[in-house]
Design a protein around this ligand. Structure first.
Ligand code: PMP
Length: 389
């Protein structure tokens, strides 16, 4: 072959301009990014090791400490989505052979179990059907039975719409010498959570839900107890990229005078994340919780007055509606996308086919957005095919 000639021609499709539609993002995520946060991300790219970027990272760290209600020094944002933070939490704390317990009341406990299994943990789960949650007594029983080193729980189970109560669980975990890991990707900023007071050892969230930043960064924080286990492990974590000793240095959390290159931080994503935290600081956490709660109640009343049933919704950010009888749920979501330019979604994992899911998060949590979804649903129920049931 002629080594000096290209054999793959330039693709025609890349010669057309980029087109991205405007859309109402009222599914379980990502949510719409307000112009202020989008514009922050359009600032110039400078070096990920430049002092200005370290200042921005310090701002982000303070913002996360406020958002999480924690004094933890080991607080940072991983480069990646919610799943990256999940793996960062599990890969750093769990060693092969460790016992891990996950609470499964939707897809997230299943995924956490799979991640722990992949690195050779002994994994057990407590399981309840979609829509359910666990009492502290049930959790204590499982802690006693399995003696796990780590217990995983989703605060906001976005696949089923359940907001899991947290009070007392951290204390139970500590009684049995277990770390308490909480996923708050779908709930943080939209429902009350107090990392330190609730004894949570590892907490993470995502940028693309209540924070209204683009997907791609994931705030995470580790308690002193979690750090004790992580920095005294016998084997190195399987992931170099997610190794907390490296990340701690990159985020200036290890007390060392200088930071070493680990990976190229997504600086423009940091700008947006910083701005999204600044927006939250301006509104105040309690006001944000309050607004999400009030809008959720207004939205739920509207749904019920249309004759729709809620799937035990308690989560103020993501509402699960029992899939209306006689309809194919896909007809409803596609009709609403086509006719109203609005995203809502079907179920996920164990809730597939059972529910429709609507997310009203961050700036999207408003009566105006709720009214738009209600009108779109009303229209869809009139126009989509309904079988006789
Ligand atoms: N946990 C929960 C509760 C979530 O809702 C999501 C996102 N749907 C994730 C984890 C995973 O986040 P990501 O899609 O950003 O990886």
């Amino acid at each position: 072959p002629d080594m000096s000639a290209v054999s793959v021609p330039p693709p025609k499709r890349l010669q057309k301009p980029l087109v991205v539609p405007h859309r109402h993002m009222f599914g379980p995520g990502p949510s719409n990014v307000p112009p202020r946060i989008l514009e922050a991300g359009a600032n110039p790219v400078i070096g990920h090791m430049h002092p200005e970027i370290f200042e921005i990272m310090n701002d982000i760290k303070s913002g996360i400490q406020y958002l999480f209600q924690t004094q933890n020094n080991m607080t940072l944002a991983v480069s990646g989505t919610g799943h990256t933070a999940m793996e960062c939490a599990i890969f750093n704390t769990v060693e092969p052979g460790d016992s891990v317990l996950t609470a499964v009341n939707g897809i997230w406990g299943e995924r956490a179990a799979e991640m722990a299994e992949r690195i050779g943990a002994r994994v057990n789960s407590i399981v309840t059907p979609p829509g359910g949650y666990f009492t502290n007594a049930e959790i204590e029983q499982a802690l006693l039975k399995y003696r796990p080193a780590l217990f995983f729980l989703a605060h906001g189970e976005s696949s089923t719409g359940v907001l899991h109560p947290l009070d007392g669980i951290g204390q139970l975990c500590h009684k049995y010498n277990c770390l308490f890991l909480v996923d708050s990707v779908a709930s943080l900023g939209g429902a009350p959570l107090y990392m330190d007071k609730q004894g949570i050892d590892i907490l993470y969230t995502g940028s693309q839900k209540v924070l209204n930043a683009p997907p791609g960064t994931a705030p995470i924080s580790f308690s002193e107890r979690a750090c004790q286990k992580i920095f005294n492990r016998k084997s190195k974590p399987v992931s170099f990229f997610l190794d907390l000793s490296w990340l701690a240095n990159y985020w200036g959390c290890d007390g060392k005078a200088s930071r070493t290159y680990h990976h190229t931080g997504p600086v423009t994503a940091f700008y947006s994340l910083r701005e999204s935290l600044a927006v939250l600081v301006e509104e105040g956490l309690e006001n944000s919780w309050d607004r999400h709660q009030k809008v959720a109640e207004y939205f739920h009343r509207g749904l019920e007055s249309m004759g729709l049933k809620l799937f035990k919704a308690r989560l103020p950010t993501v509402t699960t509606i029992v899939a209306p009888r006689g309809y194919n749920w896909k007809d409803i979501t596609s009709y609403i996308m086509k006719t109203h330019n609005l995203e809502i979604s079907g179920g996920l994992g164990p809730s597939v086919g059972l529910v429709l899911r609507v997310g009203l998060m961050g700036r999207n949590s408003s009566k105006h957005s709720a009214d738009m979804v209600l009108a779109a649903l009303k229209d869809a129920l009139q126009h989509c095919h309904k079988s006789k049931v």
